[in-house]
Design a protein around this ligand. Structure first.
Ligand code: PEP
Ligand code: MN
Length: 349
């Protein structure tokens, strides 16, 4: 349920309601809405109306939440959440672009790509130090060394960092080095990992599972918010369908749907969705047109030599063209996208 406080409610009255909720066995989560406080109350207890909270000082009304996910739901928060990462706003009018290699391979590789994606206009550098590979014999990532390279690339370029964590034991370590913690598609329902990600109090980018429904995805996000971490970004990265000509199928309808079901920002990964750099631009334009708040793009300066996901990685030149191509779509929707240098003098797509 949610307890909607009166606009004039005092701090002490909000605290009074929170105390009562705790006594009743609910966990209260204070959410600052536009002009008023709303308290999301979750727990295993059944809500029986009237709850008795209605008559407490400062309370305007008590409303049940019909969705199975509670804190993630639009019912709790009408306005979209803007996740702030050191001054960068994700979920605001500006489209946020995260770009970089699938995996951190070496200092030289990472810094080369970091400088180029920054020059092209990206705000966040991606790169896996811990890689979830389908085969145990594939490159598994540079682990701690990779994290250190990411943080050096941040120092050098000023880009924010997003990188994946694979298990709960490593989350504190990864959180030390990164600005945004990535939880990958294969781990979307790793509930102990989700709980730990809620406890570290760093922004989390939660990718949709390969075969997860929207409800399952939002329930997974709920695990993080339930630990009082509201800094969650959803990432649609394609789902398994009967179609085999692409690696996955980008679920375009998931973008407006997730945004109407939830207040969290939604970004799109067109590279893992399609498995080919060739579809990255058209899918990015479609994603922005459907309301995505940002993009996650794999970029490699030598895709043919990439240790991971080369065929779906864009060269920096192609990445630069992609950004130019999404700008009119963003602008048509009243949104901005930052475009840097034009790197598209060579190559073609
Ligand atoms: C990734 O972004 O590096 C990745 C492994 O993607 P996904 O979890 O979507 O497969
Ligand atoms: Mn990849």
């Amino acid at each position: 349920m949610i307890v909607v406080m009166q606009t004039a409610a005092e701090k002490g009255q909000v605290e009074g309601v929170e105390c009562r909720l705790l006594e009743m066995g609910f966990a209260p989560h204070r959410i600052q809405g536009t002009g008023r406080v709303v308290i999301g109350a979750v727990g295993e207890q059944k809500v029986v109306f009237p709850t008795g909270l209605e008559v407490l000082p400062g309370v305007e009304r008590v409303v049940p939440i019909s969705a199975p996910y509670k804190l993630v739901s639009r019912e709790v928060k009408e306005t979209g959440t803007v996740v702030e990462v050191g001054g960068l706003k994700i979920g605001g009018p500006e489209i946020v672009v995260m770009a970089g290699p699938c995996a951190v391979e070496s200092e030289e590789q990472l810094i080369t790509i970091a400088r180029l994606v920054k020059a092209a206009g990206a705000q966040v550098l991606r790169g896996g130090a811990y890689k979830p590979r389908s085969s145990p014999y594939s490159f598994q990532g540079l682990e701690l060394e990779g994290l250190k390279m990411l943080s050096r690339a941040r120092d050098e370029t000023g880009l924010k960092i997003v990188t994946e964590v694979l298990n709960p034991q490593e989350i504190e370590l990864v959180a030390e080095y990164t600005d945004i913690i990535q939880i990958g598609a294969r781990n979307m329902q790793n509930f102990s990992l989700l709980r730990e990600a809620g406890r570290v109090k760093k922004p989390v980018m939660l990718k949709r599972g390969l075969a997860a429904t929207l409800e399952e995805w939002l329930m997974a996000a709920e695990y993080i918010l339930a630990e009082d971490n509201f800094e969650v970004i959803l990432c649609e990265r394609g789902i398994r369908t009967f179609e085999t000509s692409t690696r996955s199928t980008l679920d375009i309808s998931a973008i407006p749907q997730a945004k109407s079901m939830s207040h969290l920002p939604v970004i799109v990964d067109p590279c893992h969705s399609s498995g080919t750099w060739k579809l990255a631009s058209p899918l990015s334009r479609a994603a922005i047109a459907a309301g995505a708040d940002g993009l996650l793009i794999e970029v490699h300066h030598k895709p043919a030599e990439a240790l991971c996901d080369g065929p779906q990685s864009l060269t920096p030149e192609k990445f630069s063209r992609l950004l130019t191509s999404i700008q009119p779509v963003a602008e048509a929707l009243g949104r901005g996208v930052s475009i840097g240098e034009d790197l598209s003098m060579t190559g073609g797509f």
